[in-house]
Design a protein. Structure first.
Length: 412
C-alpha cells in the first residue's frame, strides 16, 4: 500500500467504491431493457431519436462532470466528490417517475451530470492507494461492481415491467439504495494520501493541466483506445437488448437474462485480466482481449445474420462480455501510469470525457445506419465491431510504463 494505507482501510475503500459503482450502474442501465417500451411511451419515431433522448442525454451530462471533477479532485481531494455524486444521483433518478415526454430528456441529462464525477475520481483514488503490482487487480474488482449493478438493473427493469407495466418504476426503486450507499461511502472512504501529502496544490489552470497531459503521445494512444473501447461497450450494452427483442421476439425478462449471462462472463473476464495485467503487463493483456473480442463479436454477428437459433447467442455473447470487459482491467491503469503521479484524477477525468465523447456517437451512428441503410438492425453489431478492430493496432504501439517488456516483473 502507498504511504501507510493499511490493508484493512484500503479494503474498506475498495468495498465502498465497489458498492457505489454497482448502484450507479443499476440506476442508469434500467433503460437498456425497457428501451422498446420507452420509445413508445415517449413518442419517439425513429431509432435516432431513441438514441438521443434516452442515451445521449445522459452521457453528455456525464462527461462534463467527469472531466471537471476529475481535475478538481487533484486539488481538493477525492472523498467529498465521491459521496456527494452518489447522493445527488438519487434526485434525478427519482424524478424520472414524474417525467413527461417533454421533460424526460432534461431529467436524464441531470442524471448523468449528477454522477459523472464518481467513476473517474474513484478510479484515481484506487490508483493512489495501490502499488503497481496490485493496481490492475484493484481496479478490476472495482469495475466488476458496475457489471453486477448492470445485471441488477436489467433484471429489476425487466421483471417490474413485465409484472406491472411501468418502466418508470424500474428507475425509482433504486433511489433508497443510492442514498444508502452514498452514506456508506461518506463513512468508509478515506482521503487519498497523495492529495493530503501535497505540499503545494496544483496552481495551473484546467486548460493547462489538459495541455500538459496531452503532450504525452502514449497517453493519447491510451485515451483513444479507451474511447474506442467505450464506444463498443456502450453501443452493445445500450442496444443489444433492443436488438435481440426485435430480431428474436423475446420478452423484456428474457432479454435481461440474456444480458445478465453475458455480464457474468464479463465479471470473470475482468477479474482474470486484472490478475493477468499485474503479472504479465497491461499491453499484453489488451492485445489478447482485443483478439478474443474480435473473434467472438464476428461469430455473434454471423449467428444473427444467418438467423440461427437464439440459443447460440448465449455462449457467443458471454465470450464478447468476457473479452470486452477484460480490457478495462488494463486500460484505466494504463491511462494513470502514463500520467504524472499527482494527476491521476485529471487523467481519469480526461479519459472518461474523451472516451465517452467518442462512445456517445455510437448509438446515433448505428441508429442512422439501421434506419436508412441495408444494414438494418445489424448495424448495432457491425459498427462496434469496426471500433474493436481499430483497437488492435493501438494496443500494439501502446507504452506500458510498469513493464519494460512482456513477461517482466513490474518496475518499483
Amino acid at each position: 500500500m502507498i504511504e501507510g494505507k493499511s490493508n484493512r482501510s484500503s479494503a474498506y475503500i475498495l468495498l465502498a467504491c465497489w458498492l457505489g459503482w454497482l448502484i450507479t450502474a443499476s440506476g442508469r442501465q434500467v433503460s437498456d431493457i425497457v428501451k422498446n417500451e420507452m420509445e413508445v411511451a415517449l413518442g419517439l419515431t425513429s431509432r435516432l431519436q431513441v438514441s438521443i433522448v434516452i442515451d445521449l442525454s445522459f452521457w453528455v451530462g456525464y462527461i462534463i462532470t467527469a472531466l471537471v471533477l476529475g481535475i478538481i479532485s487533484d486539488r481538493i481531494g477525492r472523498k467529498r466528490i465521491i459521496y456527494i455524486s452518489l447522493i445527488l444521483f438519487s434526485i434525478p433518478t427519482g424524478l424520472i417517475f414524474l417525467s413527461t415526454p417533454t421533460t424526460f430528456i432534461i431529467i436524464r441529462f441531470f442524471q448523468g451530470l449528477a454522477v459523472g464525477g464518481f467513476f473517474p475520481v474513484a478510479v484515481a483514488l484506487l490508483g493512489d492507494i495501490h502499488e503497481v503490482k496490485e493496481r490492475s487487480k484493484a481496479v478490476a474488482r472495482f469495475v466488476s461492481g458496475g457489471v453486477f449493478g448492470a445485471i441488477i438493473g436489467w433484471l429489476v427493469a425487466g421483471i417490474i415491467y413485465d409484472a406491472v407495466g411501468s418502466w418508470q418504476m424500474g428507475f425509482v426503486i433504486f433511489v433508497p439504495p443510492i442514498i444508502t450507499i452514498g452514506l456508506v461511502n461518506y463513512f468508509l472512504i478515506e482521503e487519498s494520501p497523495k492529495v493530503i501529502g501535497l505540499k503545494e496544490k496544483p496552481s495551473v489552470s484546467a486548460i493547462e493541466t489538459i495541455k500538459s497531459l496531452l503532450k504525452n503521445r502514449f497517453l493519447i494512444i491510451a485515451l483513444l483506445f479507451c474511447g474506442l473501447d467505450l464506444f463498443t461497450l456502450w453501443l452493445v450494452d445500450d442496444w443489444i437488448p433492443y436488438y435481440v427483442k426485435e430480431i428474436f421476439l423475446i420478452s423484456s425478462t428474457e432479454a435481461a437474462i440474456f444480458r445478465a449471462a453475458s455480464a457474468f462472463a464479463g465479471i470473470i473476464g475482468i477479474l482474470f485480466f486484472g490478475y493477468y495485467s499485474d503479472k504479465f503487463g497491461r499491453r499484453r493483456s489488451l492485445i489478447i482481449a482485443v483478439i478474443g473480442g474480435l473473434a467472438s463479436t464476428i461469430s455473434l454477428l454471423l449467428v444473427s445474420v444467418l438467423k440461427l437459433s437464439f440459443i447460440y447467442m448465449y455462449p457467443l455473447s458471454a465470450a464478447v462480455g468476457f473479452f470486452a470487459l477484460g480490457e478495462f482491467a488494463a486500460i484505466y491503469v494504463l491511462v494513470m501510469e502514463n500520467a504524472p503521479d499527482n494527476r491521476y484524477g485529471a487523467a481519469m477525468g480526461l479519459c472518461i470525457f474523451i472516451g465517452n465523447a467518442i462512445a456517445l456517437t455510437g448509438g446515433p451512428l448505428a441508429a442512422v445506419l439501421s434506419d436508412y441503410t441495408l444494414l438494418g438492425l445489424h448495424a448495432f453489431l457491425i459498427v462496434p465491431l469496426i471500433a474493436l478492430a481499430l483497437r488492435l493496432p493501438l494496443s500494439l504501439i501502446a507504452k506500458d510504463p510498469a513493464f519494460i517488456s512482456f513477461g517482466e516483473k513490474p518496475t518499483k
